[in-house]
Design a binder for this molecule. Sequence first.
Ligand code: PLP
Length: 414
Amino acid sequence: MLIPAPLIGETDKQQSIKAAMAAARRFLVRKRRLKTKYMKIYLDNAATTPLDPAVFEAMTPYLLNHFGNPSSQHQHGREVKQAIEKSRKTIAGLLNASPDEIIFTSGGTEADNTAILAAVFGSGIHHIITTRFEHHAVLHLLKKLEKDGEIYVSYIAHDERGNLDLNDLEHLLKTSQRSLVSVMHANNEIGNINDIGLIGGICEKYNALFHTDTVQTMGHYKHDLQKLKIHFLTASAHKFHGPKGIGFLYARKGTQLAKLIHGGGQESELRAGTENIPGIIGLTKALELAYAGLKEHQKYIQQLKDRFITQLTETLPEFSFNGNSAIAGKSLYTVLSINVPTLQVDLLRCLDGYQISVSGGSACAAGASSHVLKALALAPGRDTIRFSFSKFNTKQELDYVIDKLSLIYQLVAA
Ligand code: PLP
């Protein structure tokens, strides 16, 4: 006798999803109220972005209802396996790639590591050309591989703004054996954008492999992988309003890969471990939303940034901008890196006291020092604050920041 599906159980599940959604909505309303009262302002979106409520909504059924293991052969397993493959197809479609070129990872760091290890141990590359501005997910691995005697590393020359000298890249490629070029699309600290179209073309000319870290640009710019000459590209969902702990590696068909995590046969035997299904669903939804609103958000955030630059220049003329940070089109519209006179007080802590969350980094001061700012060789006696914006920021918030920044400088200078 066929036992009907447990309707009561189904209702319970639906109720718990509804309850979770209602709780999330209540949280957001409360947060909005609190924000108006205390102006709690988040301007550290290059570090991570808030989860979009629509992404949370898409993920919830995969936390509560569809909990099967995708490697299981029964219906609970099959339904989530299908959801993963549908996600892979959606992401590939958005990037003009093929689904089997997308490998889910735990985020940008793992994706960067996988790409580099694939070039070294999959394709036998021993020379890697990179920049002084890459994320530690790239630079620390390169240092280790160099120390182990697996590779030698060359750094592309750059000017005082951090613009790469592509003639130097050509020279390096011309005078060495087959190489991997690892150059990020845009820098997370100063926002400089590199021309990955041009770099891909140069790599192709010299038969080099090309890896680009697009952690700061994925979901903020369009990437057409049929047009770009890229072998490896890496992304992380939490930088575009998706969940943390999930990202992906794009590996062009035909490139050799090397297994990073050993165990089960997941991700076509490349990346063992039970898949992060809610993460994959959230990543996909976040990228779909980002692509759907791309033009609108680009325009909105760039306007916020431009207005902020104008106000800062008028109100605090002693401030300047690092790298290409204040040049539209040459830097991320989401990042503004400001060079400020060093104060007797900790500026970041002062801003934090006013409930403004931003990040810093200084090449010369005690405490956290930044390899990116060091590579720019900035003038001494100055500090850096990085403001990074999202679609959730407003003009009012930035007015409040200008107000508080002027107040801090007035008080300390007095
Ligand atoms: N690459 C860049 C440029 C980043 O900004 C980050 C994170 O800040 C990463 C890689 C690492 O990404 P994840 O946090 O997903 O490991």
